[in-house]
Design a protein around this ligand. Structure first.
Ligand code: NAI
Ligand code: 15L
Length: 269
């Protein structure tokens, strides 16, 4: 049984792909689940509250955060694109979120970081949380900013954060790269639950992946979180190989962990 570690839990980005996947699952983690996004996504169900907010709007973010005990922060731009929206949602928006957390005494945050913080490591490298960031995109740079901002709020104010460098969280791995990066929705929920319930979280970086045989990431520095994945991309391997061709190893997309993000853009502001 999942421990309801917090009375009222805030989930941002609730209208997005992962927000929808987690909405039902996270009800097990709290008495009241507060859901937020910039876009309207319909009415609240039992044991839910909905508070729409643009992350760039400090007042709206303040209201969104007031009264919760913990935050699962998924909201923001989730792919590479023009810098303007990334700046508003992922940089200014994250600052607004942590300021609101500080003002309202919210002491634990699960931050959806991304594997694109380290996307310029090679697919033959195995890295752990001590590897310096090598972002593969402006999007990845914004997530690296989020990891540093949350570390500052921990060192200065004691707000604990798990920076979850999510790999590829979709119903199934879509291509050969995702056989290494895949994170099932159930394992994502297990990982978030571990981050919400571990006695001492501190400021931690954890790679969000299932128990995939091929991996580029080592989570040994996150053992205090207590995450034990139970799914694996391996059951999809034969099907993925059958429908995809062998990678061109001279192509940066096949060389680097970030895949297509290493060549995306540039985009107009
Ligand atoms: P998504 O793009 O489906 O959802 C993001 C949500 O954030 C959307 O509903 C959008 O309306 C909202 N949003 C965007 N800008 C906003 C703003 N200014 N104010 C308020 N809300 C805003 O993305 P997805 O796949 O659900 O990912 C969720 C989080 O996890 C994102 O932060 C993403 O960067 C991160 N992540 C996801 C991965 C995945 O495999 N799905 C991999 C790595 C990281
Ligand atoms: C991400 O950070 C994105 O949010 C997601 O849409 C995927 O592209 C994922 O990384 C990935 O690397 O597969």
């Amino acid at each position: 049984m999942t421990i309801k570690a917090h009375q009222r839990l805030l989930l941002t980005g609730a209208a997005g792909g992962l927000g929808q996947a987690l909405r039902e699952r996270l009800k097990a983690n709290c008495e009241v689940l507060r859901l937020s996004d910039r876009v309207d996504f319909g009415p609240a169900a039992a044991d839910e509250e909905i508070m729409l907010a643009d992350l760039a709007d400090a007042q709206a973010v303040d209201a969104m955060v007031q009264g919760v005990q913990a935050i699962v922060h998924l909201g923001g731009v989730s792919v590479e694109g023009p810098f303007g929206p990334i700046l508003q949602a992922n940089i200014l928006g994250l600052y607004n979120l942590y300021e609101a957390a500080r003002l309202h005494g919210v002491m634990r945050v699960v931050f959806a970081s991304s594997n694109h913080v380290t996307g310029f490591y090679r697919q033959c490298d195995t890295i752990d949380a001590s590897a310096p960031p090598r972002p593969d995109s402006l999007y990845g740079v914004s997530k690296a900013f989020g990891e540093d901002l949350s570390r500052f709020y921990f060192d200065r104010y004691g707000i604990e954060t798990a920076c979850v460098r999510i790999g590829s969280s979709f119903p199934e791995p879509k291509d050969r790269r995702m056989l290494a990066t895949w994170l099932s929705f159930d394992d994502l929920h297990r990982l978030i639950t571990a981050c919400l319930t571990t006695p001492v979280l501190g400021h931690s970086i954890v790679f969000g992946m299932s128990d995939n045989a091929v991996t580029w990431w080592d989570n040994n520095q996150a053992r205090h979180i207590g995450y034990v994945p139970q799914d694996s991309s391996d059951v999809f391997r034969d099907a993925v190989y059958a429908r995809t061709s062998a990678p061109d190893l001279s192509d940066p997309v096949a060389q680097f962990q970030g895949g297509g993000f290493v060549v995306a853009g540039p985009f107009a502001f």
